[in-house]
Design a protein around this ligand. Structure first.
Ligand SMILES: [Zn+2]
Length: 247
């Protein structure tokens, strides 16, 4: 089913504000609204949802959006619980992201892709999971021989790749075409449910290609640098690497 609301985060990660209309209001389980278009990312793939504000154009009344999520395909905005009323159906609003936070997430997310790309290219280790906050994140790998020395080398390689100014591209491919790309298989694209007809991919040109729903910067140079802040064994084979942005 095609969602009623336009989901702009997937087509332009740099859009931080948009005019919209309230198309659904639900206060039965939290304070939830759906808009006919939004710049909010609903969370997923290790990237937390956005936060921000909704401003009613008519009277300037604002609400804090503390998070967002997907529900039946729609991006649902969760408003802060306070004493005042909710926006009403049909209200014209402007929705604004907490852009400092979102940009930090885009840089962090892109840094994690660079980390994945380097670890796969140099050590053939598969990624099994990951998570992030603005400015820091972690990735888990099937990486039996990881060690402190390797981690230092990985940090240096990731920083070299980021500094190389590689372009980051978003593509949407028909499922069959995506399945024909060997690089995508390692990120377990084959585990995607059969109903999905199109696959969105994020490519750091020359380094990494993944099926992915998140938001990223357009060039690795925008990430700046990273530092490995820790690594740990989660078993004989599974290892975790933690990173943070250095600026
Ligand atoms: Zn991603």
């Amino acid at each position: 089913m095609t969602p009623a609301g336009e989901q702009l985060c997937y087509t332009d990660a740099y859009l931080r504000s948009v005019e919209a209309k309230v198309v659904a209001v639900d206060d039965s389980d939290g304070r939830l609204i759906v808009l006919d278009r939004t710049v909010f990312y609903p969370g997923g793939g290790g990237q937390p949802s956005d936060r921000g504000l909704v401003l009613r154009t008519g009277d300037g009344r604002t609400w804090t959006v503390k998070g967002a999520r997907k529900s039946s395909g729609e991006i649902v905005h969760e408003l802060e619980a306070d004493d005042a009323d909710l926006p009403r159906l049909g209200d014209a609003v402007r929705v604004d992201l907490d852009w400092t936070r979102r940009l930090a997430l885009m840089r962090t997310h892109t840094a994690l892709h660079a980390l994945c790309g380097v670890v796969w290219r140099d050590y053939g280790a598969l990624v099994t999971g990951g998570n992030m906050e603005p400015g820091s994140g972690r990735m888990d790998f099937e990486f039996e021989r990881m060690s402190g020395d390797l981690v230092d080398a990985i940090e240096a390689s990731v920083n070299a790749e980021l500094a190389a100014g590689r372009e980051v591209r978003v593509n949407v491919l028909p499922r069959d075409e995506a399945f024909a790309i060997p690089d995508l298989i390692r990120t377990k694209v084959n585990l995607l449910p059969p109903g999905i007809e199109e696959i969105r991919t994020i490519e750091i040109v020359g380094l990494d290609l993944q099926a992915d729903g998140g938001t990223h910067v357009a060039n690795t140079r925008e990430v700046g640098g990273i530092r490995v802040t820790g690594y740990e064994s989660k078993g004989r084979i599974n290892k975790r690497i933690r990173i943070e942005l250095t600026d």
